[in-house]
Write a protein that binds this ligand. Structure first.
Ligand SMILES: [Zn+2]
Length: 148
């Protein structure tokens, strides 16, 4: 450590620079290098990773990417943008697929049904949305510029 400081002191003397500047320059360069690596990493990241919201079945869906998988998928009201409540209670009372419905309800908008997915419970609905997201990514029809 003392040798490194002595070397930096000799550099400051040789180039007639303040010692603090010679001491902080490598740290500053390291920070700049980290930022550059971050931006290069962001530039080469696949564009679909910026696709994190869309409108399906009249409901806004937002999610994150973990690798190639959709995570933290949830629904929001298309009117007030609040988180929706999911009602799939009728799925427990019937075994007929055409009678199973998942309702998306906004309590902020007065218990209003914002949308529904027929054919199963909330797990079915979430998987259906994940399939829709994957299809848009696969066909490159997703939109990353419309904020929802
Ligand atoms: Zn609402």
């Amino acid at each position: 450590m003392n040798m490194a400081l002595a070397y930096l002191q000799s550099l400051a003397t040789a180039y007639n620079l303040p010692f603090v500047l010679v001491l902080l320059a490598p740290i500053f360069l390291l920070i700049v290098l980290i930022f550059l690596l971050y931006f290069v990493w962001k530039i080469f990241e696949p564009r679909y990773k910026l696709y994190v919201s869309d409108l399906f079945y009249g409901v806004i869906w937002r999610w994150s990417w973990q690798g190639d998988s959709v995570v933290d998928l949830w629904c929001f009201c298309s009117t007030c943008k609040q988180m929706l409540f999911v009602d799939d209670e009728n799925c427990k009372t019937t075994t007929k697929l055409h009678e199973k419905n998942t309702f998306f309800v906004c309590k902020t908008c007065g218990q209003k049904e914002v949308g529904r997915i027929k054919g199963g419970d909330r797990r079915y609905a979430l998987n259906m949305i994940k399939r829709d997201i994957a299809a848009k990514v696969r066909h490159k029809t997703f939109d990353i510029y419309t904020k929802r």
